[in-house]
Design a protein around this ligand. Structure first.
Ligand SMILES: [Zn+2]
Length: 303
């Protein structure tokens, strides 16, 4: 689990909106560190991110050792049942995911099913989504995790229209529709949710989907500060040899306003050089602030 301690700073902005953290638990100790997230919501999505065990990444070892003790997500959720509000069953649209969901719902009144979805689904996968959609309860969540949004503007994920229909009886969230690492950086979440009438959108604001393994001499690479658009869904990138240099290039950008939010102010009045930690906190904090302040209204305008 990666921590973001700024959730108490949104105050009034959160009124009437549901901000629901989804936390990937990589150690039982994470259960002792949930209070910062409860400042955002009293209901947390908690997931043993089994998928991180599939390929090399910075959290694979932790997840592997959890899976040695608890052989599946459901076993883990059973063990820590009293600490879990909403367990997350995750997987591709295959029969095993439906089976796991059925097991989880025997114990929990609310279950989230996080579905990793490619740009296109074959008939078998669509049939599986159909089955799931019919079984999910009103209190359950379907989280559509879009794994490849590079060509989102060229008609990928056209089947989301059908999913909106299939899952109309339960709560729906589109996740990870933020394209950052290749092509044009853009947050497709708000528009996609508005277009299909999904109940929410989100992405993994704190850590990447696959936190990379340490790369030797990585400190020599170019540093990038990413700044989410205010009033649009673009992600603006500023580079430098250090985070301080990247931050200065953001500050020199005309549309940047130091007074925008508590996080922009924090950056603007720093006394020491910007560190990677500060850059990350400002990026995430400013992003959530902008979503709460602007994006939900922009979404309403589009429907
Ligand atoms: Zn800001």
């Amino acid at each position: 689990m990666k921590k973001f301690g700024g959730l108490s700073r949104y105050e009034k902005l959160r009124e009437g909106k549901a901000l629901c953290p989804l936390l990937e638990i990589t150690s039982p100790k994470d259960f002792d560190n949930l209070s910062p997230y409860r400042q955002a919501s009293d209901r947390l999505f908690l997931e043993l991110p089994e998928y991180l065990s599939e390929k090399s990444n910075g959290l694979k070892e932790d997840v592997d050792s959890l899976l040695e003790v608890h052989s599946s997500q459901n076993e883990f959720y059973r063990e820590y049942e009293d600490k879990i509000d909403i367990p997350v069953i995750s997987g591709r649209p295959v029969p095993e995911t439906l089976e796991a969901y059925r097991t989880a719902r025997e114990r929990f009144g609310e279950v989230a099913v996080r579905l990793f979805l490619s740009r296109e689904l074959d008939d078998g996968e669509l049939a599986e989504m159909n089955r799931l959609g019919h079984e999910l309860r009103e209190t359950d969540y379907a989280i559509f995790d879009l794994v490849d949004t590079v060509d989102m503007d060229r008609g990928d994920y056209g089947y989301l229209e059908a999913l909106a229909d299939i899952f109309s009886a339960s709560r729906t969230i589109v996740a990870n529709a933020m394209n950052v690492y290749s092509g044009e950086p853009y947050n497709w979440g708000p528009e996609t949710a508005a277009e299909h009438g999904f109940n929410g959108f989100g992405d993994f604001a704190v850590g990447g989907r696959y936190p990379p393994v340490a790369i030797p001499n990585f400190h020599e690479a170019t540093k990038i500060v990413r700044h989410y658009g205010v009033g649009d869904f673009e992600i603006n990138e500023f580079e430098g040899d250090s985070y301080e240099e990247a931050a200065q290039s953001l500050e020199a950008w005309k549309p940047w306003r130091k007074s925008h939010c508590p996080f922009c102010r924090q950056l603007g009045r720093r006394e020491d050089d910007c560190t990677s930690h500060m850059a990350k906190q400002v990026r995430v904090g400013h992003y959530i602030h902008s979503v709460l302040e602007n994006d939900l209204e922009l979404m309403d305008e589009q429907t």
